[in-house]
Design a binder for this molecule. Structure first.
Ligand code: Q0Z
Length: 287
């Protein structure tokens, strides 16, 4: 009998297992976080939406960059992937000014050491997408770093390669998504190296957990934008007077159903695949 895969890591809402020396299993749960707190209520099929979206983007971007995907689990919520030597860099691309990019800009006029034009407003589209790497902080949020610090971490040549590749991936996916009514405000990649030292896209790609998705038809720069997937959850939580520390609140059934519908809508708009077809046979649906 093969042994149960060893658990090797936990994210907020995902788990990582070792299948053997060369292969990992990445499992996306139905847990949801908001304001950095994982809630006690799950969103049915959220893990399958995120896994299906990642697999879709890995398939569509393999000519831009090889990736770690080996197979999709029959359950639709897990990805079998190649084990890589991960780079110690969070590769963030921003097309719009939101989150920590906006916070940095308001304070200093720049983010990750990149000077930006004066007078930009919150959520404004940037003149061109920018690469703003960060490092995994041991606790709390990732820390934005400038190019010099990133070069210290991965070397000058590898830095150029991850910047070029990240921008190419963002340009491809953001054009695809915008044509389907979804703006990808920003996104985060993780890369690793294979045995031959080749750069390989790893982790997840263009999911709502690794990216800010905004509904294009509601886009109004000058303030924060509604989240494509989590806005019902945030709005509900704001009605409670909750202090955004653990434990988070239970979600009522209508908020769960509305949020599940938004995840499914994102999947169907971005992939053009019926989510029911994905549930019935994940591998076949993504062919
Ligand atoms: C990804 C993470 C998660 C916890 C390590 N192909 C790979 N090779 C080696 N390492 C990784 C990967 Cl994807 C790797 N993470 C992030 C994901 C739970 C941590 F689901 N950590």
């Amino acid at each position: 009998m093969p042994e149960a895969p060893a658990h090797v890591g936990s994210g907020k809402v995902r788990e990582l297992y070792a299948l053997d020396g060369e292969r990992l299993l990445l499992v996306a749960s139905d847990r949801i976080s908001t304001f950095d707190v994982v809630l006690p209520t799950q969103i049915p099929d959220k893990g399958r939406v995120l896994t299906g979206l990642s697999a879709f983007w890995f398939a569509r971007t393999r000519e831009l960059c090889p990736n770690h995907l080996l197979a999709i689990g029959e359950d639709g919520r897990s990805l079998e992937c190649r084990r890589l030597e991960m780079l110690p860099l969070e590769c963030v691309v921003r097309g719009y000014l939101a989150g920590s990019g906006w916070k940095d800009y308001r304070r200093s006029g720049s983010t990750s050491g990149r000077d930006l034009p004066a007078g930009l407003v919150e959520s404004e589209r940037l003149p061109q997408p920018i690469f703003t790497p960060s490092t995994k902080a041991l606790e709390g949020h990732d820390e934005n770093i400038d190019a010099d610090r990133a070069v210290e971490l991965v070397g000058a040549e590898r830095f150029r390669e991850v910047e070029d590749t990240s921008l190419a991936l963002y340009l491809f996916a953001s054009a695809h998504a915008a044509a389907r009514g979804i703006l990808i405000a920003d996104t985060k990649f993780e890369f690793g190296l294979d045995d031959a030292g080749r750069l390989v896209l790893a982790d997840e790609a263009f999911t709502p957990d690794s990216s800010r998705f905004w509904p294009a038809d509601e886009y109004t720069p000058g303030g924060p934008q509604p989240s494509f997937d989590k806005q019902f959850v945030r709005d509900y939580c704001e009605t409670l007077g909750w202090d955004k520390t653990y434990p988070g609140p239970e979600l009522p059934a209508d908020v769960v159903a509305g949020t599940r519908a938004r995840y499914v809508e994102a999947f169907e708009r971005l992939t053009g695949i019926a989510f029911d077809a994905y549930l019935a046979d994940p591998q076949a649906a993504l062919q």
